[in-house]
Design a protein around this ligand. Structure first.
Ligand code: 2RA
Length: 342
């Protein structure tokens, strides 16, 4: 069976990754509709030996569409209701519906059974959350987790094309001895902007009243929802780093029961979508340069936290545009197809 697929936000980084993955994974599509805002409408995209013209998304765009892949952003909220009314299942990468109790928040390797409860919209979690829960799940199933302390090192591509261009431009200017300007990060809408080249910015998204950023609260709230466990204590610090692609995370976990490093390694290694890369003697550990363009989430530096009774430290790295966004969404669609859930 083949499906009519629409991609909303087809010209952006996640939209483009959707196309790459559809081809790579031989996703069974019949018709493909590429949708975007008015600004990108009319653009031609060559895909699998066919030329597609990007169409402006409207409420009428979803007739005859069975699977609507939404790349994210404000357009999701605008068009999801129309797509659902037209009979499509929307797999949405924006944050608009993630915490809605009616909307399943899915990482297919972690909580696929929750897909069944969908009412037309299925949410794809935030990139840094997906990467963390992939490493948490096999350990959580073996030894209950009491508390997590996570610090992220997030690539500029998570902030969009402008953030990537800014890192490039600033790096060139510094090397050329020219003055550096910062116009975008931590985000276009902020009153101040900071240099990212040769720097770190400990702010991703806006600050909430509790002094955490929205990105930090996403890691906390979404992890609770995906693991379906509100009892886990989670604290997060999210940081933008001058890396183009792949988010890295230092994850400290306190368990209720003892779990050895060897056992953790075995469990992680056996978990689909996770690769253990951990050989200190060979200086072997995951790094963003090596994990970019890869499907798996990589885990290394697995070691005991000797300051607590049952603690482990992990270093987790994953391509946030692949597993953190487009791949996870496509895997949700594949899971539904393979389990007759449409
Ligand atoms: C970031 N969380 O890296 C975003 C992308 N979803 O800024």
């Amino acid at each position: 069976k083949k499906y009519n697929v629409a991609i909303l936000g087809a010209t952006g980084a996640v939209g483009q990754e959707f196309l790459k993955l559809i081809e790579e994974r031989h996703f069974p599509f019949a018709e493909l509709k590429l949708l975007a805002s008015k600004r990108s409408a009319g653009k031609k995209i060559n895909f699998m030996n066919k030329e597609y013209t990007v169409e402006e998304a409207t409420n009428d765009s979803f007739k005859n569409i069975q699977i609507a892949l939404f790349a994210g952003g404000a357009a999701s909220k605008t068009f999801a209701p129309a797509a659902v009314r037209a009979g499509a299942v929307v797999i949405d990468n924006s944050s608009a519906f993630r915490m809605d109790p009616e909307v399943p928040l899915i990482v297919p390797e972690v909580n696929p059974e929750a897909i069944r409860k969908h009412k037309g919209i299925i949410a794809n979690p935030n990139c840094s959350t997906i990467i963390m829960v992939m490493a948490l799940k096999p350990l959580y199933d073996r030894a209950k987790i009491k508390r997590i302390v996570v610090s992220t090192y997030q690539a500029v591509s998570g902030g969009g094309k402008e953030a990537m261009a800014e890192l490039q431009q600033q790096s060139e200017d510094i090397v050329a001895g020219k003055p550096v300007t910062a116009k975008f990060l931590p985000g276009a809408a902020f009153p101040k902007h900071y240099q990212i080249a040769f720097n770190l910015i400990p702010q991703i998204d806006v600050f909430k009243d509790n002094l955490y950023t929205k990105e930090e609260m996403k890691m906390i709230n979404e992890t609770h929802k995906i693991l379906d466990d509100q009892t886990i204590g989670i604290t997060a610090t999210t940081v933008r780093v001058p890396v183009y692609r792949s988010h890295a995370e230092s994850v400290n976990i306190e368990f209720t029961d003892d779990i050895s490093v060897e056992e953790a390694k075995k469990l992680l290694d056996a978990f689909p979508g996770v690769t253990v890369q951990d050989n200190p003697a060979e200086m072997d550990y995951p790094m963003p340069l090596m994990t970019s363009g890869k499907d798996d989430v990589y885990v290394g530096r697995i070691r005991r936290d000797y300051s607590i009774k049952h603690g482990l430290n992990l270093w987790v790295v994953g391509d946030q545009i692949r597993k953190g966004a487009a791949l996870n969404a496509l895997q949700i669609a594949e899971y539904m197809i393979n389990n007759d859930m449409n």
